[in-house]
Design a protein around this ligand. Structure first.
Ligand code: TYD
Ligand code: MG
Length: 458
């Protein structure tokens, strides 16, 4: 070796650097995640990428800064715009993460066609050949326009192409395949991914180039070096869904230019992704008519009420009682089972219980508690609730049904979808709007709810 290279140990989970190796990362506590990385002489330019990139020139008074800077453009895909907070911001870097095969490339390729307005787009693919991309584009009906394709993995070549083409939008598919020749580690490693993202971020700020970067999610459910990337980029979107179903949800985990509670709903079809404007209808389609163990809940995702079916199966346990929940937080499900056992008078504690939310949606709002609990009770008692019933309410530890926010908004969606009965909390904060043909069933406790909607004689 010519000169002694300096190395540090970098955690692949949180990106923390330490001078010495350890079995456990001192920052995040993960085991066996530290790997030795070389700190090359050029690393002086490393630093907080976003901050460096944004800080071009001298400090200026806040009041004198030009506010017309934040210009948005539409991606031409309404659900995508919604998640971005009303369109993409010019000069921002958006990370689109998701499991392989979920539809990230499809979404971005469709955007190339739909964003229109004469914008020049550079699509860099490190995964497919130009021919493969062309075939896919033809299948999606994407052609013409000012779209350029570059099959390349070397970052310097990509930056040179940007210099030459001067595009308005660049798509990097995917960050794990791109490498910077100055960095010795392999493509996809934490150091490469971080260094490349940092340089792309700088490029985006300097040229006011809007960049969409694809990031695959690894087994643990995080983009390689998740925290490292999340703090650098402007916006992090996750594309979720089960590969077995055609339903896809785009969710914002971070957004410097908008809220993070909006979701975008898509359906994967033969000719690409289609926006789903009324997710409730789709989530409820194919619902069993009169079977026990299912109830409809209403949650608010961003500004939109969405109805979803919660299914439960409670069976006598042979050994130790097992619990599985899909789409509802495990601890929340365990709490609801305990309340049902102690306050609802149903001995579900000694049973195997399974909960599933249809369509891969996750219900993290307490407003879905009552529907979940009623689905469990219905399965335990083996009596159907009826397909015309929905339930809204939070379940408290003493079995009381508590009021939830935006009740009127939820009720209007329930009414719109043709439900006839809805269980609601007896004590509500605001005036409830009445709908013809929608019977409201106010309840105070979980045992009262069970007695009313799951009576013995049914
Ligand atoms: P893709 O966008 O390649 O996923 P990612 O970039 O996230 O890895 O999507 C691949 C999947 O989508 C593949 O399993 C097939 C399916 N698909 C369709 O169902 N219809 C289509 O029109 C396209 C292009 C893909
Ligand atoms: Mg892809």
């Amino acid at each position: 070796m010519a000169n002694k290279r300096k190395t540090v140990y970098c955690c692949s989970e949180c990106g923390n650097e330490t001078p010495n190796w350890a079995g456990k990362c001192p920052a995040c506590g993960a085991w066996n995640t530290l790997t030795e990385v070389a700190l090359d002489p050029g690393s002086g330019r490393r630093g907080s990428g976003a901050a460096r990139a944004a800080a071009v020139g001298k400090a200026q008074p806040l009041s004198e800064l030009n506010t017309s800077e934040e210009i948005r453009f539409s991606t031409g895909i309404p659900e995508f715009d919604r998640v971005l907070g009303g369109g993409a911001v010019v000069g921002s870097l958006v990370l689109v993460g998701g499991a392989p095969g979920i539809g990230k490339s499809t979404l971005l390729l469709q955007m190339c066609a739909s964003t229109g307005n004469g914008r020049r787009i550079l699509y860099v693919t490190g995964e497919e050949s130009q021919r493969q991309l062309k075939l896919r584009a033809t299948r999606l009906g994407v052609d013409g326009g000012d779209i350029y394709v570059l099959a390349e993995t070397d970052l310097d070549t990509i930056i040179a192409a940007v210099d030459e083409l001067q595009p308005d939008i660049a798509i990097i598919d995917s960050i794990q395949t791109i490498s910077d020749g100055d960095v010795t580690s392999a493509p996809g490693s934490i150091t490469q991914v971080r260094e490349c993202t940092m340089r792309i971020m700088r490029l985006s700020k300097e040229k006011r180039l809007s960049v969409f970067v694809v990031g695959h999610i690894n087994k643990e459910g995080s983009i390689a070096g998740p925290k490292v990337l999340e703090h650098m980029v402007d916006c992090v979107l996750y594309f979720e869904g089960e590969r077995s179903t055609s339903f896809r949800i785009l969710r914002a985990a971070k957004n410097r230019f908008g809220s993070t509670n909006e979701i975008g709903v898509f359906e994967m079809e033969d000719h690409g992704l289609k926006c789903v404007e009324n997710p409730s209808e789709m989530l409820l389609s194919g619902r069993p008519e009169n079977s026990p163990g299912t109830c409809v809940a209403c949650v608010i995702e961003g500004t939109r009420p969405i109805l979803a079916e919660v299914q439960a199966l409670v069976t006598p346990s042979q050994y130790n009682a097992a619990r599985r929940s899909n789409g509802i937080d495990y601890n929340r499900a365990a709490m609801l089972l305990a309340v049902l056992d102690k306050r609802g008078g149903l001995s579900v504690g000694s049973c195997d219980s399974y909960i599933n939310v249809i369509g891969g949606l996750s219900l993290d709002e307490p407003a879905a508690d009552l529907a979940t609990t009623l689905a469990l009770a219905s399965s335990y008692l083996d009596r159907p609730l009826g397909a015309d019933l929905a339930a809204i309410g939070e379940v408290g530890l003493s079995g009381e049904i508590r009021s939830v926010s935006a009740l009127n908004q939820r009720l209007s969606e329930i009414y719109r979808l043709g439900f006839k009965r809805c269980v609601i909390p007896a004590h509500v904060r605001d005036d409830i709007r009445k709908y013809d043909g929608l019977q409201l069933i106010p309840v105070k406790t979980i045992s009262e709810a069970i007695a009313v909607v799951l009576p013995r004689e049914r």
